[in-house]
Design a protein around this ligand. Structure first.
Ligand code: PGA
Length: 253
């Protein structure tokens, strides 16, 4: 069995200016000297659109991958003021993109728009990091699995190449709150998602599932034992090279 590659993805959200490249430089430096573990993981950083071109150019030949945080749901060019299409993002040299983040869903992005975005991103040959997750109320009503299944079914088609889609399970109640699920609960949900994806989309491909929500150097300890977990989507703690590196360090400690 090939060894499992884990993902450490930093989502900068509305953060970063050109000089923030030094955060990447420090992470890159750590990666290069981490000879013991660096074949076991992949680092991906998602800066805002304003930095994509510059960062992807500077990191073209390096081991850190640059990722977009979102795109518009129409492709190519068009009269959509302030919007950026998947095609335009691809031309900045970026190959990864986050779609369906709950912060965008909260601002009106629905299942239909997300489906359109994923379709266009696959058409442009992106690797999609697709976010799903239940909110606090849905969790309270024990609707978590139902919500996750709906989000998956409504966005992905059986004919898609699932190797191009990594799923990020991000319970909305854990994002930026310091609250994380127990490792028991998280493992259970990860396993359910994997089983569902394989069955529903009729694939033998083992889907990659990440966890996101208040991941930091402390909470990462809770998740180390979950072998089904393929990595992390990290918000707040990815804005500091030290915090981000500490997560990787503690995971492999
Ligand atoms: P957080 O954000 O790590 O700050 O909770 C995660 C995310 O929104 O992807």
């Amino acid at each position: 069995m090939p060894s499992q590659i884990r993902y450490f993805i930093g989502n900068w959200k509305m953060f970063g200016i050109p000089s923030s490249i030094k955060i990447l430089d420090k992470i890159n430096h750590y990666f290069k000297q981490d000879k013991k573990n660096n074949r076991k993981y992949k680092v991906i950083i998602a800066p805002p659109h304003t930095l994509l071109q510059d960062f992807s150019y500077k990191y073209k030949k390096k081991k850190i991958f640059i990722c977009a945080q979102n795109c518009y749901y129409k492709d190519n060019f068009g009269a959509y003021t302030g919007s950026i299409s998947p095609f335009m993002i691809k031309k900045t040299g970026v190959n990864h993109i986050i779609i369906g983040h709950s912060e965008n869903r909260a601002r009106g992005e629905n299942d239909k728009i997300i489906k359109e975005k994923i379709l266009l991103c696959l058409k442009n040959n992106f690797n999609v990091i697709f976010c799903i997750g239940e909110n606090k109320n849905e969790k309270k009503k024990k609707m978590t699995i139902k919500v996750l299944k709906r989000q998956l079914k409504s966005a992905i088609e059986k004919k898609y190449n699932l190797r191009k889609i990594v799923i990020a399970y991000e319970p909305v109640w854990s994002i930026g709150t310091g609250r994380v699920p127990s490792s028991y609960e998280l493992r259970k949900n990860i396993i359910t998602i994997k089983k569902f994806v394989k069955k529903h989309f009729k694939t033998r491909h083992e889907p990659k599932i990440l966890y996101g929500g208040s991941v930091d150097k402390k909470s990462v300890y809770n998740f180390k034992s979950i072998k089904e977990l393929d990595g992390f989507l990290i918000g707040g703690a990815s804005k500091s090279s030290k915090d981000f590196i500490d997560i990787i360090k503690n995971f492999y400690k």
